[in-house]
Write a protein that binds this ligand. Sequence first.
Ligand code: PMV
Length: 326
Amino acid sequence: MSRISEATAIAHPNIALAKYWGKKPIPGNYPAVPSLSVTLDGMMTRTVVRFDSSLEVDRVVLNGTEAAQSDRAHLRVVELLDRVRALAGDTRRAFVQSANDFPTASGLASSASGFAALALAAVRAIPGLDASLEQVSDLARQSSASAARSLFDGFVELEPERPARSIAPPEHIDLHILVCVVTEEKKSIGSTSGMQTTALLSPYFDSWLSTAPVIFSSMKEALAARDWEALGELSEKSALAMHACAMAGGIVYVRGISLDLFAAVRGLRASGILAYFTADAGPHVKVLVRDGDVARATDVLSKVPGVLRVLDTRPGKGATVIASSP
Ligand code: PMV
């Protein structure tokens, strides 16, 4: 008789306000610089992991389509499962089913929510494997460093070679993040290779390595003091420094529409609405606003030509298990 056990977990993307970019030159996929993120309510990955002793290979279904064994996405899932199997001393293969309710691999942090949900579901699908949330986060980090942060609630810090941790709950500060979706396409350069190229070719990489920790520390202070303007200004500064550094190495994620959105955000500010932008490894732009400004900002941003839609998200909860058996 086959031995089966399974768990279902949900996780949300997170957006780094103080970004990491670049890895430590040591094994373990550690970020080179500290980062501070906010876990988002309003977008979700749901992942089921079923370990089954009758399976001969791992099977992975992503957004309704089974991945070929040779797909990079399949390999990355298997790598994480292998780490969980090694920890548990369990050799069973798994059936994994994962789906996002937002575009995948286009710079909307789908790898963060994806690997956070996968790590949590895989660990909790093995009865008796008593791993802490820090250990689950550590497993997720080895697949995608930003995923380490999605396990936790609200505002989360990730320092190189330390476990990620929540430093403020979701309701700590009045914040909405408006996600301006500009394409459904996958990004052309993944973050891992974008970081490798930046580290090798960008003449600004060393100055990024010394600047990012300073932005991170100032942002932690701004967050603790609930200094909204300083938080917003530092978010823009971090995003622009990261993109400038990557661009100087030949890695361009922003498009014309991203720059139009940056200008629209600064236009909102000139008209008295406190709004600040950030952008990750893709062309989408995320805009920080306060509760009372959501309607006006959404109206302005959704009228920028090329914007497909504007999603209103708020700081939210980390990853959770929603079902498990036995
Ligand atoms: O950890 P990755 O491979 O998902 O890279 C994340 C990179 C950024 O989103 C641009 C920055 C960050 O800190 O999340």
